[in-house]
Design a protein around this ligand. Structure first.
Ligand code: ZN
Ligand code: ZN
Length: 152
């Protein structure tokens, strides 16, 4: 008998569902924690429910422009020299703070690793819960892991 073929050619192995009281055996990739049933949204174990701080990925830019203008901003990531254009809209004050490349958290971490700022990675980890998805703490839809991108 052959194991079902995964879309991403990830190796499936026998896993035990980590959902409290379940313990069902299922086939999943190494970071899967829950059986297909407990992967569903309604079973998701909620973590801290603190509202996401918009300033993790975005910045508040107070302005008084009354028409749309284009501004050049600097990427807020330590050591990144990139600049990017942002359209500023009247009465809208939340804007991305990273250059397009660094709007992806994974890429920010890679960048910080390259410049040797592990301390900033730690800081970012504590600020962002989605970070856990990159490190095997994923609940549920682990198969889609490399599709995860920050939506700025
Ligand atoms: Zn289960
Ligand atoms: Zn950048």
């Amino acid at each position: 008998m052959q194991l079902p073929k995964s879309r991403r050619r990830q190796k499936l192995r026998e896993k035990k569902c980590q959902y409290p009281g379940c313990g069902k055996i299922f086939f999943g990739i190494h970071i899967s924690k829950y059986c297909p049933e407990h992967r569903q949204d309604r079973y998701r174990i909620r973590k801290r429910t603190k509202p996401e701080d918009v300033n993790i990925k975005n910045q508040t830019f107070k302005h008084t422009y009354t028409e749309v203008i284009t501004m050049v901003m600097d990427c807020a990531l330590e050591g990144c020299e990139h600049q990017f254009e942002v359209k500023i809209y009247p009465r809208q004050y939340i804007y991305p703070k990273y250059c397009p490349e660094h709007r992806n958290e994974y890429k920010r971490i890679r960048h910080l690793q390259l410049i040797g700022r592990e301390d900033l990675i730690e800081q970012m980890k504590s600020e962002s819960e989605s970070f856990e998805l990159e490190h095997g703490g994923a609940e549920g839809d682990a198969e889609d892991i490399d599709a995860i991108e920050d939506v700025a």
